[in-house]
Design a protein around this ligand. Structure first.
Ligand SMILES: O=C(O)C(=O)C[C@]1(C(=O)O)C=C[C@@H](O)C=C1
Length: 432
């Protein structure tokens, strides 16, 4: 058993304590148990084994997050707007993780600015398997994010957090070493909240894992499908099972809750006989529910991609496939998008993902011309591409992108998840 208060003195656990809501604060003081099945192989190692264990040993990280969106200053006394803050300090590019490389390919003066070639001593240490890592995830035990944390760091101590933002803060405040958070799903699409949070925090993406997501319909023992008045789950899970629910004849109310396993726990704790949850088979086990239908995701190849976040970036390498994630914006809106994308196309660098999000500090640009006044929406663009920042072609592409953009940040350059593809085993709802 390991108490967070025993963490090195640079861990400001007192800050964390002040954020706990009254009913979750003392006496457990965020003690997290990690002994169950710790030695065994596989990603369940280090996880609590039952609801009782979980309840007696583990306080969930609290959700009293100071809303950075509403406050005008951040904890360091700076501006709360991350984009403005980052742009406002553009000179300190290394601190702020801005790209800091030469602008023009091949010019002598810029060759000096190019990063030095990497040597073997620059390479990151052998990958950790997580045996001493505390990994924050959003949800309660039985959530898919917990499984993703276990896939990313097989022997980690998984730390449940009740919001995505709490998981970011847990790493930033040294309560956790890593966070594992979902960013996109093959059926439900992007998890926008995490894209926004990536920009608001100074954490680095150090890896990715893709997790096949196999949903079950869970209810209290003895409950039949016909008794149900509502289905509750995480909004992504509801979206991933929309057609299957209809096929099962469940044209009942659907309600969104914070996470899938939390939905299962809610039904068990509150003896909700008219309610079913969409969650994992492991959640059924943990919370004592029966599986009414198995494999209810609308497509057997339902996969969620998670990113691993850390306080420090990893040193990019070229000895295995890497992906790099960036975010950029431009004062003149979308007009540069073609130029930016061509910087990658000309170098044969494939993009794996592009996402746009509102540019929160400047959501609208007003353009006056002879015909009238137009209002354009402003965006931040998130792009993932298949190359390592250790490759000259990636460095050159970003040097070019930097010329076209007013803001550019590298979120991380990290090994791609190359685990063999195995879709969820069962896809046919069984019903009862
Ligand atoms: O609710 C959970 O179990 C989660 O881990 C969250 C989450 C998500 O945010 O997408 C993760 C994987 C599935 O796509 C459904 C839900």
């Amino acid at each position: 058993m390991q108490a967070l208060s025993s963490h090195p003195s640079n861990s400001p656990s007192y800050l964390f304590q002040t954020r706990l809501p009254a009913h979750r604060a003392a006496p457990t003081r965020c003690t997290v148990k990690c002994g169950y099945g710790f030695e065994s192989a596989g990603f369940h190692s280090g996880f609590v084994s039952s609801k009782a264990d979980w309840q007696s040993s583990c306080a969930i990280l609290a959700s009293k997050v100071v809303s950075q969106e509403q406050s005008s200053t951040d904890s360091n006394g700076g501006t709360a707007d991350p984009v403005a803050a980052i742009n406002g300090h553009k000179a300190a590019a290394t601190d702020l993780n801005l790209v800091h490389i030469g602008n023009v390919e091949g010019s002598d003066s810029n060759k000096q600015l190019q990063p030095k070639p990497l040597t073997i001593s620059d390479l990151s240490p052998a990958p950790m398997h997580g045996s001493q890592l505390r990994v924050a995830y959003q949800g309660v035990p039985g959530a898919y994010s917990e499984a993703a944390a276990g896939k990313a760091y097989p022997k980690c101590e998984a730390i449940p957090c009740d919001q995505f933002e709490v998981a970011f803060q847990a790493v930033q405040l040294w309560i956790a070493d890593r966070a594992v958070l979902p960013v996109e799903n093959s059926l439900g699409g992007s998890i926008h909240r995490n894209y926004d949070l990536l920009l608001r925090h100074q954490l680095h993406i150090v890896g990715e894992v893709q997790l096949p997501v196999h949903h079950c319909l869970l209810a209290l023992p003895g409950v039949r499908k016909e008794y149900l008045n509502r289905v509750i789950s995480h909004p992504q899970a509801l979206a991933q099972c929309e057609h299957s629910l209809t096929k099962l004849g469940l044209n009942v109310a659907r309600e969104a809750v914070d996470d899938t396993a939390g939905a299962a726990e809610f039904i068990a704790t509150n003896n909700q006989r008219d309610t079913a949850a969409i969650a994992s088979a492991r959640a059924a086990e943990l919370y004592g529910l029966q599986v009414l239908a198995d494999g209810i995701q609308d497509d057997p190849s339902n996969v969620t991609r998670f990113v691993m976040l850390a306080r420090e970036p990893i040193i990019p390498r070229t000895d295995r496939p890497f992906k790099t994630s960036i975010v950029f914006a431009h004062d003149k809106g979308t007009s540069v998008l073609f130029k930016v994308l061509s910087a990658f196309a000309f170098r044969n660098i494939s993009l794996t993902k592009i996402e746009s999000r509102p540019y929160r500090s400047r959501p609208i640009r007003v353009v006056d011309d002879a015909v009238g006044t137009a209002k354009h929406f402003e965006y931040m663009f998130y792009v993932d591409f298949e190359a390592s920042m250790a490759e000259v072609r990636a460095q050159n592409a970003l040097a070019e992108v930097q010329e076209f953009t007013s803001f550019l940040r590298v979120l991380g350059s990290y090994p791609m998840d190359m685990t063999p593809w195995s879709p969820s085993s069962s896809s046919c709802p069984m019903g009862d």
